[in-house]
Write a protein of this length. Structure first.
Length: 555
């Protein structure tokens, strides 16, 4: 029986992210997918700034930009209209921070791109990694754990043959109907069935030029016929359509979808319905993310409405968090509590995002309809102006999401040297304010030479050193890392780099770019805490070499 180190079930964005994190560190990984390829899901279209920053770490952000159907300069505008062929109501610009201009808060802008294109870019990167093996048309059958790891049974969907593989860890990235979740007895808790939804993909030649609202990534249509969302999805006149209210018992099919779309957009145009995908919006979270050596990530452990563009991006972040921690454990410099922290950290973020997405879902386009809104008259125009103001006031936070995307903080993690934040954040204040408080995302900096500070971080921990830090403290930190076999990069900050972003002489940043500790005096127990060894678990042998890299200007 062949043994693998990690087996990942499901090659969606979360499974691919985990696999890339492991493969980038040379960890043997088998990724299996029941379909014959990646990229069947057409739902998600927003790759946010955080996910694209991870792609930058993996060296593939430019690849994703290159496959953008309309170019990265295409306006990421959300337009609210009565119908595509009707009156305009409001516009929200730069949704999800997709404008390609340089921003001090992050190194990579968001991108409007179909999920299947993102998955293909990630798959290509995974296949380049020598320690990664991808296997398609392969489904999970069962798993049993033992003292040495787990034995997982897989079935080839083409030949029907089954195979049992021994491994150290199994990760379920197999989506909302996760078989791995069922295998470990985890239950989804929360609210199921917030709404019944359809995602319809259609081709409509010339539709982009058949209305007067200008280019946008999404058009919210406010009318009594079919309140809905629609917008361009891909080249060759491919669009998406999602009704936000349906009559009780009404079922959309390939045959009747075209008439529904024409009623909604108010434009008589030839169109071809390519697919009709029914789904249910829910707010659910698993009661556990782990059983022994089996973990759940992505939709397998949390589900929420898609409003705000969080779902797919949250799955990628799950894969990153668990990926580096599994690698640390496998390589010997991380201890058991580091793996325990995966659920602790991610559950807090999932709960915050589920609440945000559910609030967005509570106010859809049908909520703004009122009789007379489509009247071509002065009273109709006045009504549209009032409704437009209300739309912007209520829906702006759904598309200006930087605080949610970058502001999540692992303050209560057992592997973070926590401290109280200076001031409590106002939930109604949607501004993202960077802070190097432990647990939070390390503040981004564009250096004087044009590089992103993040580009200097390594695969392991990074010690950010202010210009006034003690050389003795730096030597103690690097010696402690080398003794424990912990990969550590030392990054020197200039006074301009540090400014008010990094007030402490030393700031320790994790592989996922979250701050683990900060202070002016190094204690060797810092590394034991942030790698899970403070609880007394056995680590690597003393003297095991850990690579130490010096980056930046030490003068």
């Amino acid at each position: 029986m062949r043994r693998r180190t990690v087996v990942v079930i499901g090659a969606g964005p979360s499974g691919l992210a985990l696999t890339i994190e492991l493969g980038s560190r040379g960890i043997d990984c088998l990724l299996v997918e029941r379909n014959d390829r990646v990229g069947y899901a057409p739902r998600a279209k927003t790759t946010n700034v955080r996910t694209r920053t991870h792609l930058r770490r993996w060296g593939i952000a430019d690849r994703l930009a290159a496959v953008s159907p309309f170019g990265i300069d295409y306006p990421s505008t959300v337009a609210f209209v009565t119908r595509l062929g009707g009156f305009g109501l409001a516009k929200i610009e730069d949704a999800s921070n997709c404008h390609p201009r340089r921003n001090e808060l992050y190194p990579e802008h968001g991108q409007w791109v179909p999920q299947y294109k993102l998955e293909q870019v990630m798959r290509d990167r995974a296949e380049e990694l020598a320690s990664v093996d991808l296997r398609f048309s392969t489904e999970f059958v069962g798993v049993e754990q033992n003292a040495d790891g787990a034995e997982i049974v897989l079935r080839d969907r083409v030949s029907g043959e089954t195979e049992t593989i021994a491994c150290d860890y199994v990760v379920g990235a197999d989506g909302a109907r996760s078989a791995l979740r069922e295998a470990i007895g985890a239950r989804m808790e929360g609210k199921y069935g917030l709404s019944r939804n359809y995602n319809i993909v259609f081709r409509a030649p010339g539709l982009a030029d058949a209305h007067r609202h200008g280019p946008a990534t999404m058009y919210w249509q406010v009318n009594p016929a079919a309140p809905s969302l629609t917008g361009p999805m891909d080249k060759n006149d491919v669009w998406f359509f999602m009704p936000t209210r349906l009559a009780e018992g009404f079922t959309i099919t390939l045959e009747n979808a075209g008439d529904l779309i024409r009623d909604a957009i108010g434009i008589e145009t030839p169109l071809e319905v390519l697919s009709v995908d029914e789904w249910v919006a829910s707010s659910l979270i698993a009661d556990k993310y782990r059983d022994g050596r089996i973990f759940l990530i992505g939709d397998a452990c949390h589900l929420h409405p898609p409003f705000g563009g969080y779902g797919m991006n949250m799955g990628v972040a799950d894969g990153v968090d668990l990926g580096w921690k599994l690698a640390a454990r496998i390589q010997g410099w991380g201890a058991g509590p580091l793996l325990d922290s995966y659920e602790t950290e991610r559950r807090t973020i999932h709960q915050e995002v589920i609440a945000e997405a559910a609030a967005n879902h509570a106010v859809l386009s049908n909520e703004f309809w009122a009789e007379g809104l489509e009247d071509d008259s002065p009273p109709g125009a006045a009504m549209r102006a009032d409704v437009g103001e209300r739309i912007v006031a209520i829906k702006r936070r759904e598309f200006h999401t930087l605080k949610t995307v970058l502001g999540g903080c692992y303050e209560n993690s057992p592997v973070i040297a926590g401290e109280e934040r200076g001031t409590a954040t106002d939930p109604d204040d949607r501004r993202y304010v960077p802070t190097s408080t432990p647990g939070c995302l390390a503040p981004h900096v564009w250096r004087a030479d044009g590089r992103s500070l993040y580009d200097l971080f390594g695969l392991g921990f990074s010690l950010l050193v202010r210009f006034n830090a003690s050389g003795d403290q730096i030597r103690r930190a690097t010696a402690a890392a080398a003794k424990r076999g912990i990969p550590l990069s030392v990054v020197y900050l200039t006074e301009a780099d540090a400014a008010d972003r990094y007030p402490s002489a030393l700031t320790l940043v994790r592989p996922d770019q979250h701050v683990a500790w900060r202070g002016s005096h190094w204690g060797d127990d810092v590394l034991d805490l942030v790698t899970g060894k403070a609880a007394g678990t056995q680590g690597v042998e003393a003297g095991s070499p850990g690579p130490v890299e010096l980056v930046g200007d030490a003068t």
